[in-house]
Design a protein around this ligand. Structure first.
Ligand code: GDP
Length: 281
């Protein structure tokens, strides 16, 4: 069940929206960072309207944890809408040339016009926005090439405010826009929780684990078979709750299914169960 501590959520969403709106005039390009495992569920429902007149790039970050085939399908999905989109693994790769190329494409008209008037190449101002923990700070650090912002592994650790210089004529707003996902739908909340995008206190770990087991059974049975070192037939025979209990025992935790659930979600979030995408295009 969604518990009481997310009732403050509409206030956060409005505050984040207002903060981004205030800065919009200063910004040439908005980079919207989505979690490649959840390109829909990690999307803020208001952003498209908010940035309607801005150059816009979508990064599908944490692509190393997502299902590569589904990521390709998501790239096509966004491209069909005329949106510039790039899958990324900001954690392990510091090659930002693909992103810089997209920023140049997104601002080409504006830059060409300025240069045509005889002025020198203008500075391009870029802001990064996305839900907590999607990798905004990591991407900023990669673009800037030094540890200029705080990177952490807990949702919502991003602070500070300045323009950060890069090796090119691009400057980055050092405070990423923190957007809030809309999870009035329980399934969206569970997907966000599974990927560590919302605080663990919002849901019980065993509820999230059962949700994940059900999903893996439907979409990634082979990964579940590998993780449990068992057969598909055995998994198919039992229901989700019994499967959770059986896995708890299998991993030597007797009947402590809560402890197992926390362990299971940690493995999942690190990609140790396999590359999994929770939103289907
Ligand atoms: P922010 O809250 O959006 O600024 O997110 P952070 O940049 O602080 O990243 C949150 C966590 O995700 C950190 O532990 C990062 O190391 C990790 N992370 C960021 N990008 C990636 C990625 O592409 N792949 C993986 N596996 N982890 C990432």
């Amino acid at each position: 069940m969604i518990m009481a501590n997310i009732q403050w959520y509409p206030g956060h969403m409005n505050k984040a929206k207002n903060q981004l709106e205030d800065k919009l005039d200063l910004i040439d390009v908005i980079i919207e960072v989505l979690d490649a495992r959840l390109p829909m569920s990690s999307k803020n429902p208001m952003i498209s309207k908010l940035i309607a007149n801005k150059a816009h790039i979508i990064i599908l970050n944490k692509a190393d944890l997502a299902d590569a085939i589904k990521t390709k399908a998501w790239v096509k999905f966004f491209q069909k809408q005329g949106i510039l989109v790039l899958p990324m693994d900001a954690q392990h790769s510091n090659n930002m040339s693909g992103l810089i190329k997209l920023i140049k494409i997104a601002t080409k008209d504006k830059v060409d016009k300025i240069i045509a008037k005889g002025a020198k190449e203008p500075v391009i101002k870029v802001a990064i926005a996305g839900i907590p923990n999607c990798g905004k700070s990591t991407i900023i650090n990669r673009l800037v090439g030094r540890n200029a912002t705080i990177v952490g592994d807990k949702p919502g650790v991003t602070r500070g405010q300045n323009w950060l210089k890069t090796d090119t004529n691009i400057q980055i707003l050092d405070t990423p826009g923190i957007l809030w996902p809309k999870f009035d739908d329980r399934n969206i909340g569970l997907k966000l929780a599974a990927c560590g995008a919302i605080k663990d206190s919002v849901f019980h770990a065993d509820d999230v684990s059962i949700f994940v087991l059900k999903y893996l059974r439907e979409q990634y049975l082979n990964l579940l078979v590998d993780f449990c070192k068992t057969s598909a037939e055995k998994i198919e025979k039992i229901n989700d709750i019994d499967l959770l209990l059986a896995m708890t025992q299998l991993f030597g935790m007797r009947d402590d299914y809560e402890r197992f659930s926390i362990f299971f979600l940690q493995r999942l979030r690190k990609g140790k169960i396999g590359r999994i995408t929770f939103d289907l295009p």
